[in-house]
Design a protein. Structure first.
Length: 255
């Protein structure tokens, strides 16, 4: 229950559940397109030393299966659960905070952040990633990104109603601006639209993980008030809704 569980514990339990039954983080319905695109990016830029942030189910591009690489995991208990299930002997786990990474300066050629940026402190993640990346190293992001037309963040507010661990999604332009301010140049991106069943999403978050008492808002009232805008921006038809998802590559700026 949320009343007896702080945010860190909520996130830890959420990520553990997502690893064994991936619905959002490492979701099965994104797997084919996501892994193909990420693998293409990796083979184009050929990073030797790669760090993944968090164990994410279904996130093992073919390129990484052949490379020794590291996973920084915020929760030690999750390392014990997830490391044996990686399907590769090339994965090495490091326990530590994403906001204060226990890693040396300029150690990695690429940091990969998939499906978790909206849960944690994105400012610290970008700053720490910049610190540990080699000169002109890469930050590869995958996750939900709002179209610029959603200036008020209506989809973001909807997800906040139903997902207790969600903080914020970025608008497409805002993500690039934020990365630029944190010392990264935009290189390239690949965009996808996934059709989601909203009823399944609500059921997943309210029952499978947290219990109904953790819902942060009345999503039905929110839908009633914003149905027309959600229909215009995301093709909402009363049951299903479009979700904008991107794979975005940034490069650490030259000094």
């Amino acid at each position: 229950m949320r009343g007896n569980m702080d945010r860190e514990e909520l996130i830890q339990n959420y990520l553990a559940g997502e690893f064994y039954q991936p619905f959002e983080v490492g979701a099965d319905f994104r797997k084919e397109k996501l892994l193909g695109t990420v693998d293409t990016f990796l083979r184009e830029y050929l990073p030797e030393k790669v760090l993944r942030l968090s164990f994410v189910k279904n996130f093992m591009p073919e390129y990484l299966k052949q490379k020794k690489h590291y996973v920084l995991e915020n929760y030690f208990e999750n390392i014990k659960l997830f490391l044996p299930d990686q399907g590769s002997d090339n994965v090495f786990a490091v326990n530590g905070s994403y906001s204060l990474m226990p890693l040396d300066y300029e150690k990695f050629d690429m940091v990969i952040c998939s499906d978790i940026l909206d849960m944690f402190d994105s400012i610290n993640i970008l700053e720490e990633s910049k610190r540990i990346l080699n000169p002109e190293g890469y930050f590869l992001f995958t996750g939900v990104v709002l179209p610029d037309a959603d200036i008020d963040g209506v989809y973001d507010d909807l997800i906040k109603c139903i997902n207790p661990v969600h903080s914020d999604y970025y608008l497409e332009t805002d993500l690039k601006t934020f990365a630029d301010l944190k010392g990264f140049d935009f290189i390239k991106s690949e965009k996808f639209i996934f059709r989601r069943n909203l009823k399944d999403m609500v059921s997943h978050y309210s029952k499978f993980y947290f219990g109904k008492d953790v819902m942060r808002g009345d999503h039905l009232a929110f839908l009633s008030e914003n149905e027309a805008l959600l229909a215009e921006l995301y093709g909402f038809d009363g049951e299903e809704i479009d979700e904008n998802y991107e794979v975005v590559l940034f490069r650490k700026k030259k000094l």
